[in-house]
Design a protein around this ligand. Structure first.
Ligand code: ADP
Ligand code: ASP
Ligand code: MG
Length: 431
């Protein structure tokens, strides 16, 4: 343990845009070197450069439409290995010793679930030794290793979780997540230009926002932060500023609505004329669970003539796994058939103050009705209300709700740092 307590121990994560090209890698190197020279021990976690992960995925799919999960992880993990070694080289060029480490070298042990593994343990002895030798340590985000020695990845956006788990594992004083916006906003500022940066947000609210589609932090990273009491500071890699603190709710005022999230990555499936008998829902959803399909919302109507429709949402990317289960197993249960709608979007209001303020759902539905937006499905938690609507109305819904719940800022969000190609890629991702 020795020297750790005395010096500030910092974990700083840089997302794909922040290391997208050599110039940005050098900028990150300069920032890390200046922290190091200021007397901090520094661990940096990096994502793959720019669109590298998407490109690797496309490459995999060009040789196999559904690539084997283990091989996909072997491939995807290479993206972060490029950026980690380049960053270490850029730091060395500034005259400071640096060492890059893969997930395995950094002791990131995970479950054996390829493509969406969870970090089970961090064995950071080697990493700590390198810090004690005065080096800046660069860790490849998004990857780990199973007990059997296989490489795994942690799901899209997983470098956030690498950073938070490492911060917990080595007892860091701060976990900074540097990205291409200057914090967590009341809504995605690229979609709602009048969104406001939040100075602080509670774990509880950030978890709901992340679960509802706010991709700024991976949901699992917020879970780990909450479980281990790691304070996350989410800030811009390009501009100075305090960003957003994600932390315990105490001493924070609880707004009725803190943020609005948006998710168009899910599809809605309706199973038609399901026989209305005891156990049928268990049979349908057991079949889906056995195929590893994550179900989000479920709605069952009252039965007419002994049958009922059941609708649910699931990740659109699971549809290739889902269709055979529906065709071979669910259709065998005597249902009439099924309909898939991939064009839906989910819009969610999140706020800890909802617990003690009735009527938020009514107001939300009124705002959407006034915009002429039809609600397909509704679900709630203690601090969240989500609705599924036709995809086409999503941006209108978001902006109308943002205004109606008093979240609009007087300033319009301005993009300063990204190239037009990067902005186009972001827009494509958020569609
Ligand atoms: P990184 O590559 O740094 O991990 P991500 O693309 O994963 O960056 O996350 C940052 C993006 O998250 C922003 O560019 C922004 O468009 C999007 N985003 C979605 N919801 C929010 C929100 N509530 N606040 C800030 N950014 C958000
Ligand atoms: N490179 C990975 C991804 O694109 C992990 C990350 O960026 O956090 O999802
Ligand atoms: Mg991310």
């Amino acid at each position: 343990m020795g020297g750790y307590q005395a010096m500030t121990l910092l974990v700083a994560k840089f997302g794909g845009t922040s290391v997208a090209n050599p110039e940005r890698v050098k900028d990150v190197a300069r920032r890390l070197v200046s922290c190091h020279r200021g007397g901090s021990q520094v661990v940096a976690v990096v994502s793959a450069m720019g669109p590298a992960t998407d490109e690797l995925l496309a490459l995999a799919r060009s040789v196999n439409a559904s690539p084997p999960a283990r091989e996909l992880d072997q491939l995807l993990a290479t993206g972060e290995q490029v950026s980690m070694s380049l960053l270490a080289m850029a730091i060395e060029a500034l005259g400071v010793r640096a060492v890059s480490m893969t997930g395995r070298q950094a002791g990131i042990l995970t479950t054996t679930v390829f493509n969406r593994a969870k970090i089970a343990e961090v064995r950071a002895d080697r990493l700590k030794k390198e810090l004690d030798r005065g080096r800046i340590v660069i860790v490849a985000g998004f990857q780990g290793v199973t007990a059997e020695g296989d490489i795994t990845t942690l799901g899209r956006g997983g470098s956030d979780t690498t950073a938070v788990a490492l911060a917990a594992g080595i007892g860091a004083d701060v976990c900074e997540i540097y990205t291409d916006v200057d914090g967590v906003y009341t809504a995605d500022p690229r979609r709602v230009p009048r969104a406001r940066r939040l100075a602080a947000v509670s774990y509880e609210e950030m978890l709901e926002l992340a679960a509802s589609g706010s991709g700024v932090l991976q949901m699992r990273s917020v879970e780990v932060a909450r479980n281990y009491g790691v304070v996350i500071q989410c800030r811009s890699a390009f501009t100075a500023g305090p960003g957003t603190l994600v932390k315990e709710a105490k001493d924070m005022e609880s707004a009725i609505v803190s943020g609005i999230a948006y998710d168009d990555s899910e599809a809605k499936v309706t199973v038609r004329d399901v026989p209305d008998r005891v156990g049928i829902a268990a049979e349908v959803f057991s079949a889906l669970a056995a195929a590893g399909i994550n179900i989000d919302m479920i709605v069952q109507n009252i039965s007419e003539n002994g049958t009922t429709d059941i609708s649910f949402t699931c990740p659109a990317e699971d549809l290739t796994k889902l269709r055979p289960v529906l065709d071979e197993q669910v259709c065998g249960l005597g249902v009439r058939g099924y309909v898939v709608d991939e064009s839906v979007s989910k819009v969610s209001l999140v706020g800890a103050g909802m617990k003690s303020n009735p009527g938020i759902a009514a107001r939300m539905f009124r705002v959407l009705a006034d915009e002429g937006i039809n609600l397909n499905m509704i679900s709630t938690s203690a601090i969240r209300i989500s609705v599924v609507i036709e995809g086409g109305g999503a941006t209108r819904a978001l902006r109308a709700l943002h205004t109606a719940f008093g979240l609009d800022s007087d300033q319009v969000f301005e993009e300063t740092q990204l190239s037009s190609e990067e902005l186009a890629a972001k827009a494509e991702k958020g569609r």
